[in-house]
Design a binder for this molecule. Structure first.
Ligand code: ADP
Ligand code: MG
Length: 252
C-alpha cells in the first residue's frame, strides 16, 4: 500500500516502488492522473493506464470515445461560453443535465428544468475555475429511478448493481444515498459494458448505464471504481478478482 500523499517521484529516476505492476486506487482525480503519468514513465505498469485515466477522468474525453466506438450514450453537447451554453440548452429542450467535465459522486451536476435555472447555474460557473466554463450538457434521459453500475475486469463483466434512488435526488450515486441491489448480467449489459471498457482502454472499470425505451445507454466509464456496496449486494468478490487479474497480468 502506498499513500499517494507520501509519494515523491523524481522524473527520470527509478520509481521508489519495487513492484512492477501498480493498481491505481487513488480517488482524487488530480493525484490519480498525475501519479499514474509519472509512475508509467518510471517504468511501472499501472492499471489502469494513464491513457485510460486521462480519458475517463474527463467526461468530455470519455464521451468522445463512447461516440467514436458507437456505444449508445445520451445526446451530449459541448459549449464553451455562457451564451452558447444557454442557447444550446434551449435548443436541446429542458430539462437538461449540466455536468462538470471533471468530477464524481454526482458533485456539481445540475438538473436544469428551465431557462431561469440554467441562467443561475451558468452565472455561478462563470465565477468559478475555468474548467467549469467548459459546458458539458446532456439530454435528461427518461429512465426508471435507478441506473446500473457494472464492473468489467480484463474484458469480462463480473458483476452489476442497480443503484436505486432514495427519492431525494435525481442522481443515483451511492455516495448520494442510491441503494445498491444486485442486477443480473444479461447479454446486452455484458456486451455494452465490455465495449464501453474497450472504448477507453480500461482493464478494471466501472461502467454507468441507464435503461431507456430503446435499450441500455452508457453515460460514463470510471477508471478507479469503488466496490464496497457492490460486494455485499452481489456476493461477487470483486477485490479478489482484481488481485487474480493483476497476478495473471504480472506473469504475462
Ligand atoms: N443524462 C442523464 N439523464 C438522467 N440522469 C442522469 C444523466 N446523467 C447522469 N444522470 C444521473 O446522475 C448520476 C451521476 O452522473 P454521472 O455522469 O455518472 O457522473 P458522476 O461522475 O458524478 O457519477 C448518474 O448515476 C445518474 O443517476
Ligand atoms: Mg457516475
Amino acid at each position: 500500500m502506498v499513500d499517494s500523499k507520501d509519494l515523491v517521484l523524481e522524473l527520470g529516476s527509478r520509481p521508489p516502488l519495487t513492484e512492477t505492476i501498480v493498481l491505481q486506487r487513488c480517488v482524487s482525480y488530480f493525484r490519480n492522473v498525475h501519479s499514474t503519468a509519472a509512475l508509467e514513465q518510471a517504468g511501472c505498469r499501472v492499471v489502469n493506464t494513464f491513457s485510460c485515466a486521462w480519458t475517463c477522468g474527463n467526461k468530455l474525453f470519455g464521451s468522445l470515445q463512447l461516440v467514436r466506438h458507437n456505444v449508445p450514450t445520451p445526446r451530449t453537447v459541448l459549449a464553451l461560453s455562457d451564451g452558447s451554453a444557454l442557447r444550446s440548452a434551449e435548443e436541446m429542450g429542458y430539462p437538461v443535465v449540466l455536468k462538470p467535465v471533471v468530477g464524481s459522486w454526482g458533485r456539481l451536476s445540475a438538473l436544469l428544468k428551465d431557462g431561469d435555472a440554467a441562467k443561475a447555474v451558468v452565472e455561478d460557473r462563470e465565477h468559478m475555475f475555468p474548467l467549469y466554463q467548459v459546458y458539458y450538457l446532456q439530454e435528461f434521459v427518461d429512465r426508471p429511478p435507478r441506473d446500473i453500475r457494472s464492473f468489467v475486469i480484463g474484458g469480462e463483466t463480473v458483476a452489476a448493481i442497480y443503484r436505486n434512488s432514495d427519492g431525494t435526488d435525481w442522481r443515483t450515486n451511492t455516495a448520494r444515498g442510491g441503494k445498491a441491489e444486485a442486477c443480473k448480467v444479461g447479454k446486452e449489459l455484458d456486451e455494452l459494458s465490455v465495449k464501453a471498457a474497450e472504448s477507453v482502454g480500461g482493464e478494471i472499470v466501472g461502467v454507468d448505464l441507464m435503461e431507456t425505451s430503446e435499450g441500455l445507454m452508457v453515460h460514463e466509464v470510471n477508471n478507479t471504481t469503488e466496490f464496497k456496496n457492490t460486494v455485499p449486494a452481489t456476493g461477487v468478490d470483486i477485490p479478489g478478482l482484481v488481485v487474480d487479474y493483476l497476478a495473471a497480468a504480472q506473469k504475462r
